[in-house]
Design a protein. Structure first.
Length: 86
């Protein structure tokens, strides 16, 4: 009876130690994955503006007026003709 007790004792202890070690490894891997995801997110945020290509570049021709448009001409042409006729 004592032999069976000593034979069943160590495998149970090894199993419990193995479970504890696997939990520690699992926790360590999840922390590592979280840190890696955070680092990649920060890197993409930092370099994102340089990866935009043409969309991210400043193009001054999109931001200044080239002259009066058709609505301005319509309004001021009417003002000029009424001033000339009076």
């Amino acid at each position: 009876m004592t032999k069976s007790r000593t034979l069943s004792g160590p495998p149970l202890r090894i199993h419990l130690l193995w479970e504890r070690d696997m939990r520690q490894v699992s926790f360590a891997l999840s922390v590592l994955a979280c840190l890696l995801r955070s680092a990649v997110g920060a890197l993409v945020t930092f370099l994102g503006s340089s990866w935009d290509g043409r969309r991210g570049k400043y193009r001054p021709e999109d931001h200044y007026m080239r002259g009066p448009g058709p609505k301005w001409r319509e309004k001021h042409l009417l003002d000029r003709t009424s001033a000339d006729g009076a």
